[in-house]
Design a protein around this ligand. Structure first.
Ligand code: ATP
Length: 385
C-alpha cells in the first residue's frame, strides 16, 4: 500500500517548512551526462518552472524527483527526509504527464477516485466531489475520457493527482498536447488551482511564455546545468548570460569595450558612443562585453527629430523591415556597423509607423541595459524554427 504523506492543503500552516532540495544531483548515461551536479531548493507552496530547450535535462531531473530514474550521484530531500532512492509510490510526489494517462474504461469520477480507492480510503465521495469542483468538471462526472476534450482530460489528470494530496506535484509539459488558445486558458487555470490548493508545483516546459505566465520562480536549464534562477521579471530584466538573454524573450546584444566603473555605473564604448550600465546589471567589468537591451526598451526617431525620453543614443541607423503585429510594430534597424537591432514599439497611435528606408537614431535608458561577458556565444539560446 502506498504511503502518501499529506501536506497541509491550504499551504499556510507550514509554508516554507518542507522545501524540495536537490544537491549535486547528477545523471550520467553511458556516453552522456544529462544532468550535471544540480543544486536547487524549491520552497513549499511554490510554483516552480524548470525551463529549457529540448535535451537540456529537465525531464531527467523531474523523473529523478519522481523516482522514475536513479541518480548517478547527489541527493533529493523533502524537508529533512531524504528520498533519493525511495520507491516512486512511497514518495509524497505525484506526476501529471503530457499524455494524461487516464483509464479509458473508467468514468471521470472513477478516474479521480482511483488513488484513494487503491489505498483503501473510505468515504471518499466528498473528496472526489470537491476535486471535480476544483477543476470545474462536476457536470461531466459520468463521462468517459474519450468523450472529453484535451483540456478537460488534462483537468481530470490533475484532479486524479491532486486528490492524493502529494507534497509536490510534478508536471511534465502538461499542456504540450493542447492547441495554443486552450493552452493559454489552461495556464491561468493551473495557476488558480495551484494558488487554491497551495501545494508545491514543479513544472517542466520548453515554452518561456508558459513558464513566465505561471511560475513564481523559474530555473533556466541549458546543457544539464541551471544557467540562472529567479522570478520571471528578474530573469527577463537582468539576464546574466547570453543564453538567458536570448531564450527568455529576445535581446539586442551589441559588442563593446568595457572602460570600467564610474560611481554606480560601468561605462562601455559601443561603436563610438559611450553607454552606461548600472553596476547591479553589469555581469562583467573589464575587457570586451555584450551590451544587452531588450527590443521594447529601444526608443527610435527619424534622424534629427527628438527622441522621446532619450538616454544613451546611437545615430546612423536605417529601417530595413517593419512588421505590424497589432499591439506593437516590430522594426529591424540596420546600424552603421552592419548589425540589425530589433525595436518594438507599442501601437499607441502617438505617431505614424516609420517606413522602411527611413534614417533613424536609437536610444535607451541606461537603467534598462545589461552587460554580459563577451566570451559567451552571442547566439546561445536562440531557438531555431
Ligand atoms: P525534452 O523536452 O525533449 O524532453 P529534456 O530537457 O527534458 O528534453 P531530457 O529528456 O532530460 O531532456 O534528456 C536530456 C538528455 O539526456 C538528452 O540529450 C537525451 O538524449 C539524453 N538521454 C535521456 N535519456 C537517455 C538514455 N536513457 N540514454 C542516453 N541518453 C539519454
Amino acid at each position: 500500500m502506498s504511503q502518501v504523506h499529506e501536506a497541509p492543503v491550504d499551504g499556510s500552516a507550514d509554508a516554507g517548512q518542507r522545501p524540495l532540495r536537490l544537491k549535486g544531483l547528477t545523471k550520467e548515461y553511458a556516453t552522456f551526462t544529462a544532468v550535471k551536479s544540480l543544486d536547487l531548493e524549491v520552497p513549499q507552496g511554490a510554483f516552480f518552472a524548470l525551463l529549457g530547450p529540448s535535451g537540456c535535462g529537465k525531464t531527467t531531473t523531474l523523473r529523478m524527483v519522481a523516482g522514475l530514474e536513479t541518480p548517478t550521484s547527489g541527493t533529493i530531500h523533502l524537508g529533512d527526509t531524504e528520498v533519493t532512492y525511495e520507491k516512486p509510490y512511497k514518495r509524497p510526489v505525484n506526476t501529471v504527464f503530457q499524455n494524461y494517462a487516464l483509464f479509458p474504461h473508467l468514468d471521470i469520477t472513477k478516474n479521480v477516485a482511483f488513488g484513494l480507492e487503491r489505498r483503501g480510503v473510505k468515504d471518499i465521495k466528498k473528496q472526489v466531489d470537491d476535486m471535480l469542483e476544483l477543476v470545474e468538471l462536476t457536470s461531466q462526472a459520468h463521462k468517459k475520457p474519450t468523450q472529453m476534450s484535451g483540456g478537460q482530460q488534462q483537468r481530470v489528470a490533475l484532479a486524479r493527482a491532486l486528490i492524493n494530496k502529494p507534497e509536490v506535484l510534478l508536471l511534465d509539459e502538461p499542456l504540450g498536447a493542447l492547441d495554443l488558445k486552450l493552452r493559454r486558458g489552461m495556464q491561468l487555470e493551473l495557476k488558480r488551482i495551484q494558488t487554491e490548493v497551495g501545494l508545491t508545483f514543479v513544472h517542466v516546459t520548453h515554452d518561456q511564455e508558459e513558464a513566465m505566465t505561471m511560475a513564481d520562480t523559474i530555473a533556466v536549464m541549458n546543457g544539464g546545468v541551471i544557467e540562472q534562477m529567479g522570478a520571471p521579471n528578474e530573469l527577463y530584466e537582468n539576464p546574466q548570460t547570453t543564453f538567458v538573454a536570448n531564450f527568455l524573450g529576445q535581446s539586442n546584444l551589441i559588442s563593446g569595450d568595457i572602460e570600467g566603473r564610474e560611481g554606480n555605473h560601468v561605462k562601455v564604448r559601443v561603436q563610438g558612443a559611450l553607454a552606461s550600465i548600472p553596476v547591479d546589471r553589469a555581469h562583467s567589468e573589464s575587457g570586451q562585453g555584450w551590451l544587452g537591451i531588450r527590443p521594447e526598451k529601444v526608443l527610435m526617431a527619424p534622424a534629427g527629430e527628438p527622441i522621446d525620453a532619450p538616454g544613451d543614443v546611437i545615430t546612423g541607423g536605417h529601417v530595413t523591415d517593419v512588421s505590424f503585429v497589432g499591439v506593437s510594430t516590430q522594426y529591424l534597424v540596420k546600424m552603421p556597423w552592419g548589425q540589425d537591432l530589433m525595436v518594438f514599439e507599442q501601437n499607441t497611435g502617438a505617431r505614424p509607423i516609420i517606413p522602411v528606408g527611413t534614417k533613424v537614431d536609437v536610444s535607451w535608458q541606461p537603467e534598462f541595459a545589461f552587460l554580459l561577458d563577451a566570451s559567451q556565444d552571442v547566439n546561445a539560446g536562440i531557438e531555431e524554427d
